[in-house]
Design a protein around this ligand. Structure first.
Ligand SMILES: Nc1ncnc2c1ncn2[C@@H]1O[C@H](COP(=O)(O)OP(=O)(O)OP(=O)(O)O)[C@@H](O)[C@H]1O
Length: 564
């Protein structure tokens, strides 16, 4: 570390174009601080720069533009973030100088005048958070490690801001793994990553100061000797640093072998390449709940209730009519078991079909509870007349005609119970382009399917038979084989309640011409060319689905399989 007393030239003032052009010729990393002389926080930033310059002792390195290209921008006097960014970039420059890494391809950041910045156009360039991206690798996804890894990350106090399960595109692999693109087997690696499902997590630090797993204490004595104005801020930042290495935590938990991690990301552009709508979804807590319209309400006012539910911003993911058994009714009416009318409640609950729904919305659990109101109609009418309980009360029935899960754990249990998952197979045929494949996979996910397994395969005659055994004797079978031999197909296991018939509905009629007439939103209508090149395939019943799954995915063990 440099002596604190060493005289250094901290900064050069740039106040005209030619000085700017000259500065942009600098070798290495240049930090450019744009500030107003009267601005308080900017003075604190100067202190931070002085400290970093002293500690790093890198006259050639401490800049924020690299070889004439602006590579990052931080808005506001956010000392910890600037500190972190500089340390990361300097570390990168050192590695490049030592030949340990190749210089990344920077995308130059364009500066615009403040008017256009006010429109928010550029706000995606930088963020006020430091993120870590975790890619759970395909073999770990196939081994169903995702849930365990996510739970551990959350338990350690980190926050999962966004997540997605998909095969990465070539561009995404090259972007995330830019540091290893020169390795000899990189092309094989790209092909492995693009043909299999990865799970992407964008993680932030969370608010906790010290998480339970972190036993390393910061030496506060050393820190208190630092004479800097903003030493409190710096000490806090360094304490955060102690606890925040997700990579370190994954290693301690012995799960780092399943993940690739990129830490200290302060530029959402990097994240956008992997999760394009990150800005929109970050921090948004979409929650799935089970809701129920009890028989009397279902019988009388279903449409009004469903409209109201959608007006309140809920998406109805799944719905089914179900006549409850006495035991099921007792479980769902537990809150009334001490009331003298409990017997009548159970009688009415089992008297006809209820409507079970899976609803999803931001903060869905709390929102639904508040929306439906109290459990008794009397209380609702007196205190919360706008609640659904009061508005949709049924004459002579004292209880809330709507039910909702009590907690997210209960919701998960109840959804599994009322909507047991089923597996089916989806095949995307070779004529479908990469771009169309991605569109189809998005439609599949948006319709509530989980893509549980996936493989890209050239369907030889022998492999094709595992899927098309039912039409082996048809006259057109040879033509089907011909279409499949034209290139690789994507074969997936899709999981969801009612997966077999819902997938067939989503595919649409066999002939795309007919599909465009009868079901214009279906996949075959949108992506099919003719009856042979009709984009996708799916089994016609459970038996065919299970037979295909067991022959195409030998290691796959179905989970919670529906018994019908
Ligand atoms: N009359 C036909 N002429 C040519 N090809 C056909 C004909 N009927 C079906 N096919 C092709 O054979 C595939 C399998 O036929 P099948 O009768 O099983 O169709 P499906 O059950 O409607 O659709 P899929 O099985 O593909 O989900 C179809 O997807 C289509 O590409």
């Amino acid at each position: 570390m440099a002596s604190k007393k060493r005289e250094i030239q901290l900064q050069a003032v740039i106040n005209n174009q030619s000085l700017w052009d000259e500065m942009m010729q600098n070798k290495g990393l240049t930090v450019i601080d744009v500030y107003q002389a009267w601005c308080g926080p900017c003075k604190a930033m100067q202190t931070l720069f002085r400290k970093l310059k002293n500690e790093l002792n890198e006259d050639e390195l401490l800049h924020f533009a690299v070889n004439g290209t602006i590579v990052a921008k931080i808005q506001g006097a956010n000392a910890p973030l600037v500190n972190q960014k500089i340390l990361t970039l300097v570390d990168e420059e050192r590695k490049i100088a030592a030949g340990e890494m190749v210089r990344p391809q920077y995308h130059e950041i364009v500066f615009v005048d403040s008017d256009s910045e006010d429109t928010g156009e550029l706000s995606h360039e930088t963020v006020d958070q430091i993120y870590t991206i975790v890619i759970i690798k395909p073999d770990a996804v196939a081994a169903r490690k995702v849930q365990e890894i996510k739970e551990k990350i959350i338990k350690a106090g980190f926050v999962i801001e966004a997540e997605d399960k998909k095969p990465l595109t070539e561009e995404q692999v090259k972007h995330f793994y830019s540091k290893i693109v020169d390795q000899p087997d990189f092309e094989d690696f790209v092909s492995f990553m693009t043909r299999n499902l990865s799970y992407i997590l964008v993680v932030s630090q969370g608010k906790e100061k010290q998480s339970s797993w972190d036993e390393s204490e910061v030496n506060s004595e050393t820190e208190s000797k630092e004479p800097w104005d903003d030493q409190q801020e710096m000490a806090k930042s360094s304490r955060m640093k102690e606890r925040k290495s997700l990579q370190q935590y994954l290693e301690i938990q012995q799960i780092s072998q399943f993940c690739d991690v990129e830490e200290n990301i302060t530029n959402t552009k990097f994240i956008d390449v992997l999760i394009p709508d990150f800005k929109k979804i970050r921090g948004v807590k979409f929650e799935k709940i089970l809701a129920l319209l009890r028989p009397a309400l279902f019988n009388e006012r279903t449409e009004d209730v469903l409209n109201k539910i959608q007006d309140e911003g809920f998406k109805i993911l799944l719905q089914r009519q179900i006549v409850l058994s006495e035991e099921e009714a007792k479980t769902l009416c537990k809150e009334y078991e001490n009331k003298d009318y409990f017997g009548n409640v159970i009688e009415s609950m089992t008297s006809g079909p209820s409507l079970a729904l899976v609803l999803v919305r931001e903060n869905g659990l709390a929102y639904w509870k508040q929306l439906i109101g109290p459990s008794s109609v009397e209380e609702a009418k007196e205190y919360i007349p706008e609640s659904l309980c009061a508005q949709f009360a049924i004459e002579g029935l004292p209880i809330n005609q709507l039910y909702g899960s009590d907690s997210l754990e209960a919701a998960e249990r109840e959804i599994q119970y009322f909507f047991p998952p089923q597996h089916t197979v989806a095949l995307i045929k070779p004529h479908v382009t990469q771009e169309q494949r991605e569109d189809i996979m998005k439609v599949i996910k948006d319709t509530g399917f989980d893509i549980t397994q996936m493989k890209e395969i050239l369907l030889t005659e022998e492999e094709a038979e595992k899927i098309y055994f039912k039409i082996k004797r048809k006259a057109f079978y040879k033509d089907v084989l011909g279409v499949l031999a034209e290139g690789t197909s994507l074969v997936m296991i899709l999981t969801k309640w009612n997966a077999v018939s819902d997938w067939r509905r989503l595919m649409g009629p066999t002939d795309p011409e007919e599909a465009r007439l009868l079901s214009p939103d279906s996949i075959r209508a949108q992506f099919g060319e003719n009856i042979l090149k009709n984009a996708v395939h799916g089994p016609s019943d459970m038996e065919e689905a299970m037979k295909t799954i067991s022959s195409m995915f030998e290691d796959f063990v179905p989970e919670n399989l529906e018994e019908n």
